[in-house]
Design a protein around this ligand. Structure first.
Ligand code: ADP
Length: 492
């Protein structure tokens, strides 16, 4: 995916086109007129006021989604036409590429080079991938005993509540909408309160593409808005990406109606470098695997295990790359690190940096705030981190890398698995057998060998253990947006 435009050195902040709720195909204010502000993490200034959806608005959105599911044109639309609509949305996103990239950067703080180079292409690719699936979701014929004809159908799960975080605001929309729409579900989405703007723009483009009213509804707000979706008895499924604590609350809230649930949660992913690796590639992977997106990735390679014999050399190389990162205005193309998304995240990261120092790890670079406006954190590397330190056990979600030396494959496997998380892992080695031994023994949903953060719409993603339930992307995601129905007919 490319754009034909040569990007300017610096992007202008785009106009804010949409701040209302989308319910049943209409843009509206919250019933009680409340709003909340979204802020620019570069300068902590307000970007816009956005409608704050309450329970009444959620009720209306769920009713609209239910109607679209049961009796609207979505209900009877041919699967291939559904796919075409998803494809049309992808085309419209591509046609508005620069505006969307700049809006994502403005609201989230991520460098425009990443919005352009990673988020947008992945969004478009994901929607095109699922557009292709819409008419290929098939059942089976099953040879049962006796004079019967039995077949299965994959029917849409129904009304799906989708609650997403702020670290990849548009990409999370694509990961959620793509499989849900391909399967024939309808949607009530709540974007994160920190970053509602691109989701609203994507919903506008969905309306332009021609999705029938009520198929996609967007309600903006805080956790209470999300909780109202989760508790609603007429919602069939919740797809949630965010923190483990919120997921536990959602499980409790969804229990009384036994909703289908998928979770994509946090991680503390081991990135394991053996002495026989291509060291320069591993150093680049260690840097990218942790510092990409300001460290705000659920699969960040935040525990960097380095074999003892190369430890000194490796640390020196990683530190020099960390120091070379360019912090600045994320709307400028040469900026490689922007601010953290908000003050809460910034404060949490600074707390962990202090814990790292006080618990005895060696801070080899960074460890401080940059500037006094905006939530910038210097790329930080801790060496000689031991397994029980807070910076080795807890998800920090910031630009803080912990380096842990190791001596043997058995030792590193055991230590890599000594966590409640299991989202991702990586191994760097030229020894193919060793690479696959690690890949098979690390309990994580994704293992990268001699690479990091390689994502593809066709490749399932999700967590073992407390990193999640179910899988996103690929054919696997369709399973959680469909119910399997068995039909049996007598042939007598
Ligand atoms: P993070 O720490 O990444 O912000 P959260 O789990 O707090 O993760 O938030 C992820 C998403 O979940 C956001 O859209 C947020 O508003 C929403 N959320 C927060 N609390 C709840 C809740 N109790 N029920 C449903 N959604 C919630």
């Amino acid at each position: 995916m490319t754009t034909t435009l040569t990007p300017p050195r610096k992007y202008a902040a785009p106009a804010i086109k949409q701040t209302k709720l989308l319910i049943g195909g209409e843009w509206c204010d919250a019933a009680d007129g409340r709003t909340f502000a979204t802020y620019n993490p570069v300068n902590e200034e307000k970007i816009a006021d956005v409608a704050l959806a309450g329970k009444v608005d959620v009720d209306r959105a769920v009713a609209a989604a239910r109607k679209a599911f049961e009796s609207g044109p979505w209900h009877t639309m041919d699967a291939r036409d559904r796919g075409q609509l998803i494809g049309k949305l992808a085309d419209l996103i591509e046609a508005n590429f620069d505006e969307l990239a700049a809006l994502e950067t403005l609201d989230n703080g991520k460098p425009i080079r990443d919005s352009r180079g990673a988020d947008l292409p992945l969004v478009i690719d994901c929607l095109r991938y699922y557009a292709g699936w819409a008419d290929k979701i098939v059942g089976q014929t099953i040879p049962v005993r006796g004079d019967y004809f039995t077949y299965t159908r994959r029917e849409p799960t129904g009304v799906c509540g989708q609650i997403i975080p702020w670290n990849f605001p548009m990409l999370m929309v694509a990961w959620k909408w793509g499989p849900a729409l391909a399967a024939g579900c309808t949607i009530v989405m709540k974007p994160a309160e920190q970053t509602p703007l691109t989701c609203l723009r994507l919903a506008e483009l969905a309306m332009e593409a021609g999705f029938p009213p009520g198929v996609i509804n967007v309600v903006t707000g805080f956790g209470e808005t999300g909780a109202a979706i989760v508790k609603h008895p007429d919602v069939d499924k919740i797809a949630f990406t965010g923190s483990g604590e919120t997921a536990q609350r959602i499980m409790v809230d969804a229990a009384s109606t036994l909703k289908r649930i998928t979770f994509e949660l946090g991680g503390k992913s081991p990135n394991i470098v053996f002495a026989d690796a291509n060291l320069d590639a591993a150093v680049a992977g260690a840097e990218f695997g942790l510092f990409f997106n300001q460290g705000q990735c659920c699969c960040a390679g935040s525990r960097l295990f380095v074999e003892k014999s190369i430890h000194e050399e490796f640390v020196a190389k990683v530190v020099s790359r960390a120091k070379a990162r360019k912090l600045g205005n994320p709307l400028e193309m040469d900026t490689t690190q922007g601010p953290q998304v908000d003050r809460d995240q910034f404060d949490k990261i600074m707390k962990y940096i202090e814990l790292g120092k006080s618990q005895g790890a060696t801070c080899v670079t960074g460890g401080y705030r940059v500037g006094d406006k905006g939530f910038y954190v210097a790329p930080t590397v801790f060496d000689h981190v031991s397994d029980d330190m807070a910076i080795a056990t807890d998800e920090i979600f910031g630009p803080v890398l912990s380096i842990l030396p190791f001596e043997s494959i058995e030792e590193v496997t055991r230590r890599a698995n000594a966590t409640t998380f299991g989202l991702a892992a990586a191994v760097w080695t030229r020894d193919v057998a060793k690479a696959h031994r690690i890949a098979h023994s690390v309990r994580a949903g994704t293992v990268w060998i001699n690479c990091y953060d390689v994502f593809d719409a066709a490749a399932p993603f999700g967590g073992f253990k407390m990193s999640g339930m179910g899988r996103e992307l690929g054919e696997a995601a369709l399973a959680s947006y469909t119910e399997l129905k068995t039909v049996t007919m007598t042939l007598k």
